[in-house]
Every structure is written in C-alpha cells, then in structure tokens.
Ligand binder design. Sequence first.
Ligand SMILES: NC(=O)c1ccc[n+]([C@@H]2O[C@H](COP(=O)([O-])OP(=O)(O)OC[C@H]3O[C@@H](n4cnc5c(N)ncnc54)[C@H](OP(=O)(O)O)[C@@H]3O)[C@@H](O)[C@H]2O)c1
Length: 388
Amino acid sequence: MQKVAVLGSTGSIGTSALDVIFRLKDEFSVSALSACSNIKLLSEQVRIFRPRAVSIIDRKKAVEFKRLFGSRKIKVYEGEEGLCLMLRSVGIDILVVGIVGSVALKPVLTGMDYARKIALANKEALVMAGDIVMEKARRKKVKILPVDSEHSAVFQCIESRPGRESQIKNIYLTGSGGPFLRTPMEGLKDITPRQAVNHPRWKMGKKISVDSATMMNKGLEVIEAHHLFGAAIDDIKVLIHPEAVVHSMVEFMDGAMLAQLGACDMRVPIQYALTYPSRLSSPVKRLDFSRARVLNFQIPDFKRFPCLEIAYEAARKGKTYPCVLNASNEEAVKVFLKGRIKFTDIPKVIEKILGLHRGIKQPGLDEILDIDNWVRAKTREILSAISD
Ligand SMILES: NC(=O)c1ccc[n+]([C@@H]2O[C@H](COP(=O)([O-])OP(=O)(O)OC[C@H]3O[C@@H](n4cnc5c(N)ncnc54)[C@H](OP(=O)(O)O)[C@@H]3O)[C@@H](O)[C@H]2O)c1
C-alpha cells in the first residue's frame, strides 16, 4: 500500500487523482490533502479518504474547518508554511502536485525531501525554476512522473529505455488550439472570461483554460518539456491538433516516430504516474475506430497566438526570462478573469514586462523568488493603468 499526498485536491487534477485512488484502494491510501479555500469539498474528501492531515492555505477557512472536524483525529495545517510542514510530518510515498501556479514551487522542492515519486501536474514550478527542481530531483533520486497529458505522452514514448533522451530528434507537443482557433481575428479583443474558460476538449481549472485559449499553455509546456526531457527548445515543436486524439509524439534520430493516443481524460496520465511502470485497468472511454476518424495537424499561427511566440522567445533566452514570463502571465490572467482587461491585453503586458527584465544566469532560489515578486508588482501596476 503506497501512501499518497494530493496537493490541490479540490481542483480539476486533484479530484481526478482522488477518483483514480478511490478505484485503486488496494494499491494506494491517502495520507494528506491540501486546498486553498474550498473547505466544503475538502470536508467531503476527508470523510471518504480519511487522511492523517490536511493543509488549508486560507487561514480563516482553516479555522472554520477545525471547528467542523474538531473531534476527529486529523491534523490541520494553515498557510503556505503549514503546507510544507505537513509534507515533513506525514508519511508520503507519492506526492501528487495539482496546485495551480508558481505557489507550487516550494511544496514541490520540500516534497522531494520526503517522497520517492512526484506525480507532477503543475507546470509553473518547472517553468519558473526548472533547473533547480530537476537538479534536486537528481540529487535526491526522486522520480518526477509527468501528469500533464502531453508530457505523459512523451514519457510513454521514451519510457524505461536509459539513454533514450539522447536519441530524440524532435518532440511534437499537440494542442487542440482552444476555443478561438477559428474566431475572426478582429473578434479576439471582445472575448469574455466566460468564453475563454470554455475549452472544447478538456474540463480544467480557470487559469489553465485561459492559458489554453491564448496558447500560453503550450508555451509553458515547451519549457516544461525542455526540463523534463533535456531537449533543446527548438527541437520541441507545437502542432495544433483539434481532435485531441494524439497527445504528443516523439521523432527519433532514425526518422521513426512514436505517438501516444487516447481519449481526453486526465485520469489516464494521472493513473500512469501513480502505477508506473505498471498499467492497471481503468474505466475511461476508449477510442472508437469503427467511426471514421480524421486527424488534422497544423502549425500554429503566431499572429493569432502571440503568447506562444513570446513564450518561445523567453524559453530561447533562458536565464530568468521563463520565470518572468510565468509570473506576468499569472497576474495578467488573474486580472483578465476579473473582467478588467481585454483578452488581447494579456500578451501585450507580458511582452512589456519581459522587455524591462535583464536576465540572470543560473539564478538561486532566492533570486527567482525576488524576481517573481518584482514581476507581479510591476504587472499589476501596468495592468491597473490599462483597466482604469
Ligand atoms: N486540469 C487539467 O486537466 C490539467 C492538465 C494538465 C496540467 N494541469 C496543471 O495542473 C495544475 C492544476 O490545474 P487545475 O486545472 O487542476 O487547477 P484548478 O482546478 O484551479 O485547481 C487548483 C487547485 O490548487 C489549489 N490552490 C489554489 N490556489 C492555491 C494556493 N495559493 N496555494 C495552494 N493551493 C492553491 C486549489 O484550491 P481551492 O479549490 O481551495 O481554491 C485547487 O485545489 C496547473 O498547474 C495546471 O497547469 C492541469
């Protein structure tokens, strides 16, 4: 029985992870859960999975939760420090990271001191500080198992063959193109938050849904793949594939290509990260080849998706540029979701902030955190001028 801690258990990834664990209860038990503020759902999860501890970022909600569970044997941790403290105190074999945003960085780094495997859905931590995260994973001999469907697909194409990474010629990350693939260009500025979170293929949290609509998500994934698989940025290509059947592909030196296909269901990559290297049965929908299937692929248009081009540029520059890209994007998306800026303002502000930054080579964690803070403050300042 392996002990699993699910961080971000109330989110889209977290709830899917718990669904997988529920079905595989002879293999896994839940030792800890974490949420930001949704204590209603967290309470239900606690009743079903009976973890030893929970962590709640919002301190008021943590107090409320303690009142609810006062008589039960469960330890409640509060705030960001509380989350890291929980990871030190409960036993963990596998840490599932389904927290959204760069706030996941510290729990990921702390988790490596205690867990043997990290099932990593969060991409922002790798974009922000990929070198630091990967170096610590190597040093601590912690296996990072990608949960992001594209990276899980690449992992499945190259898995368990030592040295396979060096035989890769190109990685093709596929993306559906989001809800605005065919929206007339002049209509993009009028897109509402509600339209932007309505993804045609996947049901996800709001932030990643907006990132998918701008295709920043694919840009972040290019950087994520660079760190996970050691591939050069220009060897990681993005393809628009509206049917979302092929989850990504790898082209090897000899011209052979491998792809991973399947239904759009995050429980597949989550389960694989948990059970790796085994495969266990799953109730997910199967591809039905009795229906005629046409698979389309196209090169993304940077005019329609400027965030993708900006992300590639930041990725090529390296240093602290990806950290700046990530933080300014997170802030811009937050403000867009509040309806205070236009959809088309998102790339503009990110580009502006990147232009103000002077990259630092091989930054330490403190430098990264300082830059992240500076970028957020600067982005908010610029955005408040736009939204006034
Ligand atoms: N959803 C997908 O299909 C998918 C696919 C690939 C990769 N990912 C990646 O997985 C991550 C999670 O995505 P999601 O779609 O599951 O997001 P989501 O549905 O918005 O869930 C986010 C989770 O993080 C928690 N959270 C929010 N702010 C937090 C904070 N400051 N500190 C600690 N926890 C916090 C939330 O708690 P509350 O509910 O209490 O607010 C919730 O449990 C993202 O990095 C995303 O890029 C997601």
